[in-house]
Ligand binder design. Structure first.
Ligand SMILES: NC(=O)c1ccc[n+]([C@@H]2O[C@H](COP(=O)([O-])OP(=O)(O)OC[C@H]3O[C@@H](n4cnc5c(N)ncnc54)[C@H](O)[C@@H]3O)[C@@H](O)[C@H]2O)c1
Length: 272
């Protein structure tokens, strides 16, 4: 169902790799709500993923950008403004990668070069993006910027590894930069802390199947899926949430506030 919540709004979507990606679902939902967008991803993801398929389906241009590269980001923002013939209303940062997770290094034995790379891609890229948008005065007043996070920023999930630290940093950047964006430009900056979701990035975490089942049993509303995350993001890009900023917003079926659920107690009791 469309309420045209994003009619006349133009944005940029980072991170759609394939049809499972949260960014892919978000692009589809934004289109159904009347929004227009430029799609972007790292050049290597353009070769390996299916972004061109999404671009065709949504009639959107693709402008490659490695989110860790300021020149790429500057080019992306300039070309997007040219394409829309005007400033930007919304931006989705849906990017995450840890070399340590990929290579199975445990937290106590992290490779710090890999840590730095993953931190740059998953967290510092958000600061770089915000800085380019800010310095170029690229956002329309009452625009909205969202990045995706995970509750491992606050609670311990041993296998989430250095991504937990990256997410903590990401959420802090949203608050710190969001202050200046709010004050100077009337633009809001938030993170959404999403349930575990079966995507390429999600499934890369060791023990993901157990992880997602556990979260499902802990959450009173069950896990939030990628489509539901996309719906929530649409609300944050719409004019219905104009005064929501500097927040880390849990979109997790209630998981983050539950100590233990009866289902988990029953399973543990049976096993004892
Ligand atoms: N899947 C989950 O369980 C889950 C839960 C909470 C939050 N998140 C977050 O959601 C976001 C999207 O991930 P997803 O689950 O849709 O997985 P995904 O693998 O589909 O998306 C990750 C994207 O990051 C992109 N990326 C990696 N390096 C990049 C770079 N240098 N420049 C630009 N883009 C780059 C990849 O190409 C890919 O498109 C991530 O921030 C992730 O941490 C995921």
């Amino acid at each position: 169902m469309s309420n045209n919540l994003l009619k006349n709004k133009n944005g940029i979507i980072f991170g759609a790799l394939d049809e499972n990606s949260i960014a892919w679902k978000t692009a589809e939902k934004i289109m159904s709500q009347g929004g227009k967008f430029v799609l972007t991803n790292a050049p290597v993801a353009l070769r390996m993923g299916k972004l061109n398929e999404l671009a065709e389906k949504t009639n959107s241009p693709v402008i490659p950008a490695d989110a860790t590269n300021k020149e790429d980001l500057e080019n992306l923002i300039e070309k997007s403004i040219e394409h829309f013939n005007g400033k930007i209303d919304f931006v989705l940062h849906s990017i995450g990668m840890s070399v340590n997770v990929r290579k199975g290094k445990v937290y106590t034995d992290l490779n710090h070069d890999w840590l730095t790379k993953g931190w740059d891609v998953s967290a510092v890229s958000f600061h770089k993006l915000l800085q380019v948008l800010y310095n170029k005065d690229a956002m329309n007043k009452w625009g909205s910027i969202v990045a995706l996070s995970y509750v491992a920023a606050q609670r311990v999930f041993p296998n989430y590894n250095d991504m937990a630290d990256n997410k903590a940093y990401l959420e802090s950047v949203a608050r710190s930069f969001g202050y200046f964006f709010g004050k100077e430009k009337k633009v809001r900056v938030n993170t959404i802390s999403q349930s575990p979701t079966p995507t390429t990035a999600g499934k890369g975490v060791k023990g993901f199947d157990g992880f997602i089942t556990y979260a499902e049993k802990m959450s009173p509303l069950g896990n939030a899926n990628a489509d539901e995350c996309a719906d929530y993001t649409v609300t944050l890009f719409s004019d219905l949430t104009k005064k929501v900023t500097l927040q880390n917003l849990y979109h997790d079926g209630g998981f983050s506030n539950v100590g233990v659920s009866q289902e988990i107690v029953d399973i543990v009791s049976k096993n004892n």
